[in-house]
Design a protein. Sequence first.
Length: 296
Amino acid sequence: MKKNIKVPAKIVGIIGHPVSHTFSPQIHETAFKLTKQNYTYQVFDVHPKNVRDALRGIVALGIVGLNVTVPHKESVLEFLDEISADARLVGAVNCIHCDNETLIGYNTDIYGALETLKPYREKIMGEPVTVFGAGGGARAVIYTLVTYFKPSQIFVVNRDISRAEILKKFFADSQNYFNIKVIELHNPDENLAIDASRLVINATPVGMYPNIGESIILSDSRDLEGKIFFDLIYNPVETEFLKIAREKNAIAIGGIEMLYQQAAKAFEIWTGVPMPIEKVRAKLDTSLFNQTKRRV
């Protein structure tokens, strides 16, 4: 009589530092069960000095793929064998596929941002936008805006002016987009930028768990009615940034939607199977919200 031999699950996961806030395991494990894929999802807290060794390790260990979160979205680029065209244009990678020992980098944040903002296309097409942050998330969002929404102006507000200037030059050189204005965080021009913008985006970690009481904008910000506020943070689901927006009668979009969308694209890259995103959402929306409420 033949014994049933259990095939080991393929391993995927996420690298970041810190990474305890991530909801990616719940999303992907739920999708694996729904689609009957023999995969398991692991969390790897990787210090920036160990990124090269970590990527060598996934090849040696046969790990199939990784999500990449802060602060590694830009630093992983030099250690990959291939990079997709849009990820190279953006200059940031948030998804890696190990295919026959070849490390291929993608940027599924672009897809996630596009799908999240599509319902608001008529409101934001051609309008000015303010983006807080100048890291990998900001790069993906700005690329999405420039490519699909043609903003008349992008104000990049960042604590580190030199990093924001690098981002400005990057889009001028790579996309021929010259309408980025850099503003130092908490400079008075910051409020003028918000006043002028139809869409305001937080692409910084300010307000992310465990620092849930913080916001990149202050509660006494001016009239925000009719504006759209989009926070890339998904833990907590309802950030202080979004609470301020709702109190001021602005449209508030949480990062959980972008998380679902970019996860779906990564899932398909790794498995070759579409993620049943609405079924995943139906199973997780309430539990993820409650999970963040318990941590408050």
